[in-house]
Design a protein around this ligand. Structure first.
Ligand code: HEC
Ligand code: HEC
Length: 204
């Protein structure tokens, strides 16, 4: 509940400053870090993940997907619905500016908050490695982002969201659909925690 209030608070602050926003570039660099944390290190309090170190092509696709309503529109996707309006007014040029801005931040692997059975997770991760890489380093040709170093609580939410059909179901979400198909091999919370615990072990 506290988390939702914080998100609503952020939204109110964002909406309350239209005059200021109009005089600036199409994006105001401060509003991303309000939620994503200083230098984009991620902020568990509002469930906004680490952006520092994110691949430019992945960052671009996600911002376009939120902007175009391909991601973050399912009413039960609380975090996605908080993020979607933040991208709604971005132009192609401002997305390019953001990519350069984010590219200047220092990448620091996220702290671990999830515990799970790493050995069980290693087995579960084998099919994932085909796309995300053996070290979860990502694969641009397949459109699969790096997972190592990302906030673990965020990865847990995303796996749940793919499974629940909050993400990866829009007809134009080609990459999301490929990923969603892969979550059918995860049975319940234990599997999700275990595979994420294994991904954590790759950034130790
Ligand atoms: C009101 C808080 C808030 C603000 C402000 C905000 N975000 Fe987010 N952002 C979130 C949340 C929460 C998520 C997780 C959404 C989800 O679970 O789908 C997110 C997710 C993202 C993602 C997806 C990351 C991934 O790994 O798929 C990107 C990219 C992103 N935000 C970029 C930005 C940028 C760039 C800005 C500034 C233009 C911004 N955000 C402003 C809250 C915010
Ligand atoms: C067929 C290739 C493929 C396989 C196999 C695959 N993924 Fe993915 N995964 C993707 C793609 C592509 C995306 C990006 C989806 C998008 O653009 O929204 C993704 C996104 C994700 C995300 C969200 C990352 C973020 O920053 O939002 C997580 C977490 C994830 N995958 C975990 C896994 C796990 C765990 C497995 C194994 C159970 C797995 N993936 C198997 C292709 C794959």
């Amino acid at each position: 509940m506290k988390r939702i209030q914080f998100i609503v608070g952020c939204l109110a602050a964002f909406v309350a400053a239209p005059a200021l926003a109009a005089e600036r570039e199409p994006f105001d660099d401060r509003y991303c870090t309000t939620c994503h944390g200083a230098d984009g290190r991620g902020n568990e309090g509002v469930q906004a993940p680490r952006l520092a170190g994110m691949e430019p092509w992945y960052l671009k696709r996600q911002l376009e997907n939120y902007r175009d309503g391909i991601r973050g529109t399912h009413p039960d996707d609380i975090e996605g619905v908080a993020m979607q309006p933040m991208a709604a007014r971005l132009t192609d040029a401002s997305i390019q500016d953001i990519i350069e801005w984010v590219g200047g931040w220092n990448y620091v692997p996220a702290e671990h908050t999830i515990s799970g059975d790493i050995d069980a997770g290693r087995v579960l991760y084998q099919p994932c490695a085909t796309c995300h890489g053996a070290d979860a380093e990502g694969n641009e040709a397949l459109g699969a982002p790096a997972l190592a170093g990302q906030n673990d609580w965020y990865m847990v939410t995303q796996l749940r969201n793919f499974l629940a059909g909050y993400r990866g179901v829009h007809p134009r979400d080609v990459y999301g659909a490929q990923m969603r198909a892969m979550t059918t091999g995860l049975n319940g919370e234990n599997d999700i925690n275990n595979v994420v615990a294994y991904i954590n072990s790759l950034s130790d």
